[in-house]
Design a protein around this ligand. Structure first.
Ligand SMILES: *Cc1c(COP(=O)(O)O)cnc(C)c1O
Length: 368
């Protein structure tokens, strides 16, 4: 049985007629740039997340770059974030001329350890950028307390966590700005790149809207040196169809996780994901700690089961950030995670048969 890490074919199959009709509508109207479907998605998303303003843009990465810029963070500033995340989290800070300042993770949740933030604050610190990694929200109560105490901005990198909650409140709604990614492998994926910024601050919303389109206000009069980073109408049209399915897909992911948690509990070489009692995860990834990871990967490969390492090298050790001066040993928990984590298929369309096959393969590897 061949099981990919993610099966987009299975995801599109039941909604293909609606998706095709939505794309046809864009072709019929020829409204490829900022067609009404973009605003429709922005309004739907703002409502879904309970946030006032949504601003579509070209990717999750751009949403982060736009957010840092909109908050006026640049040269000479520092932003506190996690070293155990996708590259774009830190590159968005760097590309604005500011410096990422890393703090280690909580080894249980993989998220930035809020208790380590205060020690990393300097006179240059302007913001905190928590990442709701693998679909689990960070401890936003603590992070917002610290941000308030030191007068710092907060940008939530919610590329992996659309719909996840902390103490019953939607991610993206705690900080000054929250961002989403519609990269195809995210829980709400487009048919290409796409992203979004969310904020309750009207002034920030206006600035973000201008920044995504060359900083114009009005047309051909440039208030800022902005970007060309709009969300394509075709992508928005597809996402409008898919957003209606998202809650159900998230439930499916949680049900799959519950199955794995129960089935893998008896394998002492595997540690299943810990979800904080205040968090509800949307499981963009189901990520385990495992012994003899290379061996398990080879075994799963033989069984044609997809898996992946998110992430093999923490960001403080990336070549491009060498001038920040970090070294091996600076963030032992992030380094340990990068050496022993593995993500398994968790997409909601997995069948019972597929899930059992995956569990049996892991049991076979460790228990013979
Ligand atoms: C995917 C991702 C991004 C970037 O999103 P793109 O849409 O691919 O540009 C940023 N941060 C995190 C944590 C991500 O997982």
């Amino acid at each position: 049985m061949k099981i990919p890490l993610l099966d987009l074919q299975a995801q599109y199959q039941p909604i293909l007629p609606q998706v095709r009709a939505a794309i046809d509508e864009v072709i019929a109207k020829n409204n490829y740039i900022m067609g009404y479907q973009v605003q429709e998605l922005e309004e739907k998303m703002a409502k879904y997340l309970g946030i006032k303003y949504a601003i579509g843009c070209a990717s999750g990465t751009d949403a982060l770059v736009l957010s840092v810029k909109a908050l006026g963070i640049g040269a000479g500033d520092e932003v506190i974030t996690t070293p155990f995340t996708f590259f774009a989290t830190a590159s968005s800070i760097w590309r604005n001329g500011a410096k990422p300042r890393f703090v280690d993770i909580d080894p249980e949740t993989f998220n930035l350890d809020a208790e380590k933030i205060e020690a990393a604050i300097t006179p240059k610190t302007r913001a905190i950028m928590p990442v709701h990694l693998f679909g689990q929200a960070c401890n936003m109560t603590r992070i917002m307390e610290i941000a308030d105490k030191y007068n710092l901005k907060v940008i939530e990198d919610n590329a992996q966590g659309i719909g996840c909650t902390w103490e019953g409140k939607m991610s993206c709604s705690f900080g000054d700005i929250g961002i989403l990614s519609f990269f195809p492998s995210k829980n709400l994926g487009a048919m290409g790149d796409g992203g979004m910024c969310l904020t309750n601050d009207e002034e920030l919303a206006i600035k973000l809207r201008q920044l995504r389109a060359h900083g114009e206000n009005p047309k051909y009069y440039h208030k800022w040196v902005g970007f060309n980073s709009r969300l394509d109408t075709i992508q928005a049209a597809v996402l409008n169809v898919k957003l209606d399915c998202l809650s159900q897909w998230s439930e499916g992911r949680r049900a799959n996780a519950a199955f794995y948690n129960q089935q893998l509990a008896s394998i002492k070489q595997v540690k299943t994901p810990y979800i904080h009692p205040s968090a509800v995860s949307v499981y963009n990834q189901y990520t385990i700690y495992c012994e003899n990871r290379d061996g398990l990967i080879n075994h799963l490969k033989e069984k044609e089961i997809g898996c992946a390492i998110y992430y093999p090298l923490p960001l403080h050790l990336q070549e491009c950030f060498a001038e920040l001066g970090y070294k091996v040993g600076d963030f032992p928990r992030a380094e340990k995670a990068s050496k022993s984590v593995l993500s398994l298929p968790i997409y909601p369309e997995l069948t019972d048969e597929q899930k059992s096959y995956i569990v049996e393969a892991i049991k076979e590897f460790y228990q013979g």
